[in-house]
Design a protein around this ligand. Structure first.
Ligand code: 9D3
Length: 245
């Protein structure tokens, strides 16, 4: 899968893709990440990419021509590439959207800065607008990195061969049970005895209960969407009783 990131700050993207899982994915040729500096497509010798808004108001607006020329250059290589604009006004990104986007072979990710882009960019050139959540960033660059990270995990071979993003329990399901590794005692805080018992049935039971407890306490909203078995419901009632008493 290929990502072309259109940005005024291409240097922001160097290190996240030189580390860990994404670096390996690039090395294996599973993903290809390129940055396109929008400033290189400016029309004038001073390489101006923003201007004051018509009608007045504070801040600057990203000009349409440099963005259009940058997108058109990428489209020369692949006319069917999909263009996503990262903006706080976009549809909220989630695991389902990440999965859907992972079925595409090529995306343009347009990163906004200042007050955003000229509306004609959105109307003429953008296929889809995405926000990563209800908080204010300084621009779309970090959002583009989040999107690439979440989408790439769905591509076969990006995670270790024994893992897949499809297995991740989070969506429409439960939070994870608590994890421990050595040492068995740290400053008097012991690993739960059952995990050292070697009794796999008891361990499974404990993990199920703790996953349900954690979900109930931190993300009760997930329990509404989860498909709970009769046993799960019994365990939840047990947890509720323990909390009351
Ligand atoms: C004046 C109103 N502001 C909208 C809340 C203007 C504005 C603030 C911040 C316009 C752009 C930005 C920069 N943010 C992004 O480009 C962005 C973003 C975000 O701020 N939150 C969540 N997802 C995203 S995706 C792109």
């Amino acid at each position: 899968m290929r990502f072309d990131i259109l940005t005024l700050f291409p240097a922001m993207f160097s290190s996240p893709f030189q580390q860990s899982i994404l670096a390996k994915a690039i090395e294996k040729g599973l993903i290809e990440v390129r940055t396109v500096n929008i400033r290189d497509f400016a029309m004038d010798k001073h390489q101006v990419v923003d201007d004051a808004p018509y009608g007045g108001g504070q801040g600057m607006v990203m000009k349409v021509e440099p963005i259009a020329r940058a997108i058109e250059q990428v489209k020369l290589g692949n006319p069917s590439v999909r263009t996503v604009y990262l903006t706080p006004e976009g549809k909220r990104f989630n695991q389902e959207t990440a999965r859907e986007l992972s079925s595409r072979s090529h995306l343009i990710l347009l990163c906004g800065r200042y007050e955003g882009v000229d509306e004609r960019v959105r109307e003429l050139l953008v296929d889809e607008e995405i926000s990563i959540g209800d908080y204010v960033l300084t621009g779309g660059e970090l959002a583009a990195m989040v999107l690439i990270d979440a989408v790439s995990r769905f591509l076969p071979g990006v995670l270790g061969s024994d893992r897949s993003a499809e297995e991740d329990s989070f969506i429409g399901s439960l939070l994870e049970y608590p994890q421990y590794t050595r040492p068995p005692s740290f400053r008097g805080y012991e690993v739960p005895e059952v995990l050292l018992s070697g009794n796999h049935q008891a361990i499974s039971g404990w993990r199920k209960k703790e996953a349900l407890r954690r979900t109930l306490m931190r993300r009760p909203d997930l329990l509404n969407g989860a498909s709970l078995s009769e046993e799960d419901k019994k365990i939840l009632e047990e947890i509720s009783r323990e909390i009351v008493s």
